[in-house]
Design a protein around this ligand. Structure first.
Ligand code: FES
Ligand SMILES: [Fe+2]
Length: 393
C-alpha cells in the first residue's frame, strides 16, 4: 500500500486535474501518516486563546490523541505543554480551571509553576523529605510544545522543527497585515458554532476553499454574493481560498452595523476573504468581523468543526448588538450547515471503486488543487511511515 499510495500521490503532483485518491480519505493508515507528518511537522491549530483568558487559566486539549494543555501565565503569555506529569505520566489537568499559579498533580502532588518548572516534590526523598541529592527537579519540568497565537487562534509545532510561524506564513500575514494588531472581541456562546462531520478532515478544507458550489448549496448567500463575484486565492502554497468583491455587512432593522476596524485600506470596503491555512484552519475576514474555524480530525471518517466569531470593536459584543450578533451567527451557521450534506456525501463517494480522486476543473477547483498539492508534497516529503505498524494498531 505504501508504494501504491506514494505513486498515486506522485501522480497527483504530476497531473493538475488529478484529485487525491480514495485511500487518502478512508484509510486509517493514511490518517496515522498525516498525524505523524502533516500535523506534526507544520503549524497546526489546537484551540483558541480565549479558552484560557485569565492569568493562571489552564485549558486541556486532546489533540490528535495527545493530551496537551494551554496555560496562561501571570504575565498573560499563553503556553502549551504536554499535559502529563513527569513522574508517573498522569494527565495533570482534566478540566478547564484557574490554577491559582500552581499545576498540582492529583497522584503524588508534585507541583509545577505556570512556566512548567517543577517546584514541589513531596516526599521525593522519603516520608517528610521533599528533596533528594539524586533527584534534580530542574530535569523534570513539564515538556513545552512550541506555540504561537495569531488572530485569536493557538497554533502548535509538535515537531519543534518548523520555520517560525511568522516566516512559515509570511504571505498570509502580509496579505492580512491590516488586521495584524486588531483587537478581537468574542461574546462566548452566541459567537460559537460547533459541527460534526461524517467525513475526512480534508474534505472540510476542500469544500471551504472553493466557491464553485455556491449557486447550488448556498442559494441564499449566492443571491447577493454570486459565484461570479468571487475570485480564487491561490498565490501561496500554504493557503488557498476565495475572495468576494461584494461583501455586504449585516444590518439591524434600524440600520445599525457592527463598527468596522479602523485604519483599513479601501480594498476591504466591499471585500471578504475566505481561506484555509493548511492544514486545519479555515478563516473568514471582513471589515467588521472575523471568524476562525478549527478543524479537528477525529478519525479518517470523522471531523469536528468549531467556529468562533470575533468582532473588532468592544461595542459589537455589548448587549446593544446582541440581536445583530445573533443574526450574524445564525447566518453563518446556516451556511456552514448547508455544507454538511455534500461534505458527508463526498466521503461516502470515496468508498466506491468507481471513483478514485475524480477530476479537478481548471478554474474553479484551483484552490482545491493547491491544497491537494500541499498534502501530496507534505506526505511524500515525510519519512516513509511504518504503515504496517499503523495498520496493526
Ligand atoms: S504521577 Fe504526578 S506526582 Fe506522581
Ligand atoms: Fe460552502
Amino acid at each position: 500500500m505504501t508504494t501504491d499510495l506514494r505513486s498515486a500521490l506522485s501522480q497527483v503532483l504530476e497531473t493538475p486535474s488529478a484529485g487525491a485518491p480514495n485511500d487518502c480519505y478512508t484509510a486509517d493508515t493514511v490518517f496515522a501518516w498525516e498525524r505523524d507528518s502533516l500535523f506534526r511537522d507544520h503549524w497546526a491549530c489546537l484551540g483558541f486563546a480565549k479558552d484560557a483568558p485569565r492569568p493562571g487559566d489552564a485549558y486541556p486539549v486532546t489533540f490528535l490523541g495527545q493530551p496537551l494543555v494551554m496555560v496562561r501565565d501571570k504575565e498573560n503569555a499563553l503556553r502549551v505543554f504536554h499535559n502529563i506529569c513527569s513522574h508517573r505520566g498522569v494527565v495533570l489537568v482534566e478540566q478547564a480551571c484557574n490554577t491559582k499559579g500552581v499545576i498540582r498533580c492529583p497522584y503524588h502532588s508534585w507541583c509545577y509553576d505556570l512556566g512548567g518548572a517543577l517546584r514541589k516534590t513531596p516526599f521525593v526523598g522519603g516520608p517528610g523529605v521533599d528533596t533528594h541529592p539524586d533527584f534534580d527537579p530542574a530535569q523534570h519540568g513539564l515538556r513545552e510544545v512550541r506555540s504561537h497565537v495569531w488572530m485569536g487562534m493557538v497554533f502548535v509545532d509538535l515537531s519543534g522543527q518548523a520555520a517560525p510561524f511568522n516566516l512559515a506564513h509570511a504571505s498570509l500575514l502580509s496579505r492580512w497585515s491590516d488586521f495584524a494588531d486588531a483587537p478581537l472581541y468574542n461574546s462566548g456562546a452566541d459567537s460559537t458554532i460547533e459541527l460534526t462531520l461524517n467525513a475526512n478532515w480534508k474534505l472540510a478544507v476542500e469544500n471551504y476553499v472553493e466557491a464553485y458550489h455556491l449557486p447550488w448549496v448556498h442559494p441564499g448567500l449566492n443571491s447577493y454574493s454570486r459565484l461570479e463575484d468571487h475570485d480564487n486565492i491561490v498565490e501561496d502554497q500554504r493557503y488557498s481560498g476565495q475572495v468576494t468583491r461584494v461583501y455586504r455587512p449585516m444590518l439591524s432593522q434600524d440600520g445599525a452595523a457592527f463598527p468596522p476596524l479602523s485604519g483599513l485600506s479601501e480594498y476591504w470596503d466591499t471585500r471578504g476573504e475566505y481561506v484555509a491555512l493548511y492544514p486545519n484552519v479555515l478563516l473568514g475576514v471582513h471589515k467588521d468581523h472575523f471568524y476562525g474555524i478549527l478543524i479537528e480530525p477525529i478519525s479518517a471518517h470523522e471531523t469536528r468543526e468549531r467556529v468562533e466569531i470575533f468582532y473588532f470593536d468592544e461595542a459589537s459584543v455589548s448587549p446593544d448588538f446582541a440581536g445583530l450578533r445573533e443574526a450574524n451567527t445564525r447566518a453563518w451557521r446556516l451556511v456552514f450547515t448547508e455544507d454538511v450534506g455534500v461534505v458527508s456525501a463526498m466521503q461516502r463517494g470515496r468508498t466506491s471503486p468507481a471513483f478514485d480522486g475524480g477530476v479537478l476543473t481548471p478554474v474553479l477547483d484551483a484552490p482545491t488543487r493547491c491544497f491537494h498539492e500541499w498534502v501530496a508534497r507534505a506526505l511524500l516529503d515525510s519519512a516513509t511511515p511504518d504503515l504496517s505498524q499503523a495498520e496493526s494498531a
